[in-house]
Design a protein around this ligand. Structure first.
Ligand code: ZN
Length: 316
């Protein structure tokens, strides 16, 4: 919901909600994410508000709106998302899209294409975008997304409304990393000497849980990228399990008496609290403790991680 960003991205929230309220749509937006961690969600909530027939900023009110549900599921035919194919976004990717969008919209009167990593448009793809931006078609809205607009051609920039997101607040939100490091070192479980590597690992583990809480069994499909690329040795595994247990314990603390020991209450944590009751969280902690005890004796960590997800989902 766009309303979720009222506090974290106040300026962008004001701009986008005015667009929706006043129906003053541009035909092209360039989102500069500046590494804001929920930029994808923010952009999708904007897209949803544009397409929702009820025009709610707060899609919670859209209990009966089939359209918002389909958008949420990623199967809405009038939204196309383009990601780089390998290193670059290529012209044929845009041609396919233009052919599809050449036919009339099936649902509603707006069609939206989103180009992620727009700084990676190759020259001919950039030219074909430029052509669209110069001669926009009725009802088609382009959303270009980039971390930093310095990689975007001036000619493209000048034809888009630029929406700059604020960076995440790092200092306060990430103080938990220091606390976790202290605990891991106290436990002498960690043999990590490289600070940066340890910081990254802690963040990856938290991201992993957040991903799992949103995607459940699908997590298994992306296990390599989400986990095995970072957590390689058995010592890494032990640290990672300690971190996950700390995370869920704090989530339980917040759930039960709105109190945290290590983590700040983030949007991700709020979501997990909404979707789990205290008993669910306890069960998850117990499963993690149980699996952690198996790490040393278990030769196959890949299997162990897949089994972890299955067990967290209640077993199959
Ligand atoms: Zn809706």
């Amino acid at each position: 919901m766009l309303d979720d960003y009222n506090n974290i991205q106040p300026i962008v929230y004001r701009i986008l909600s005015n667009v929706i309220k006043n129906e003053t749509l541009s035909h092209a937006y360039l989102f500069e994410t500046n590494g804001f961690s929920n930029s994808q969600e923010l952009i999708m909530s904007f897209v949803k508000s544009l397409l929702c027939p009820n025009k709610y900023l707060n899609n919670k009110n859209c209990g009966n709106c089939h359209q918002c549900e389909v958008i949420e599921s990623g199967n809405f035919p009038e939204i196309k998302i383009i990601n780089p194919d390998g290193l670059w976004i290529k012209k044929n990717q845009l041609q396919e899209l233009q052919t599809e969008f050449g036919e009339k919209a099936l649902i509603g009167n707006k069609r939206i294409y989103i180009i992620n990593n727009a700084d990676r448009l190759n020259t001919s793809a950039a030219n074909s975008i430029l052509k669209f931006l110069e001669e926009p078609e009725e009802g088609i809205i382009a959303i270009l997304v980039t971390e930093n607009t310095s990689g975007i051609l001036e000619t493209i920039k000048s034809r888009c409304q630029i929406i700059r997101l604020k960076k995440d607040k790092i200092t306060k939100d990430k103080s938990y990393i220091e606390t976790i490091k202290k605990i891991l070192i106290q436990n002498k479980s960690t043999k990590e000497n490289d600070e940066d590597q340890l910081n990254e690992k802690i963040e990856k583990v938290i991201n992993f849980i957040n991903y799992y809480e949103n995607h459940h069994l699908d997590t298994i499909i992306f296990m390599q990228k989400l986990w095995h690329d970072y957590i390689k040795t058995k010592d890494d595994m032990l640290d990672a399990f300690d971190i996950m247990i700390m995370y869920y314990r704090d989530i339980l603390n917040i759930k039960v008496d709105n109190n945290t020991e290590i983590f700040e209450k983030t949007k991700d944590i709020e979501k997990i609290i909404q979707n789990n009751n205290a008993e669910d969280i306890c069960k998850k902690i117990n499963i993690l403790i149980d699996k952690k005890n198996n790490i040393k004796s278990n030769a196959n960590t890949k299997l162990l991680m897949d089994k972890l997800i299955i067990d967290l989902e209640g077993g199959i």
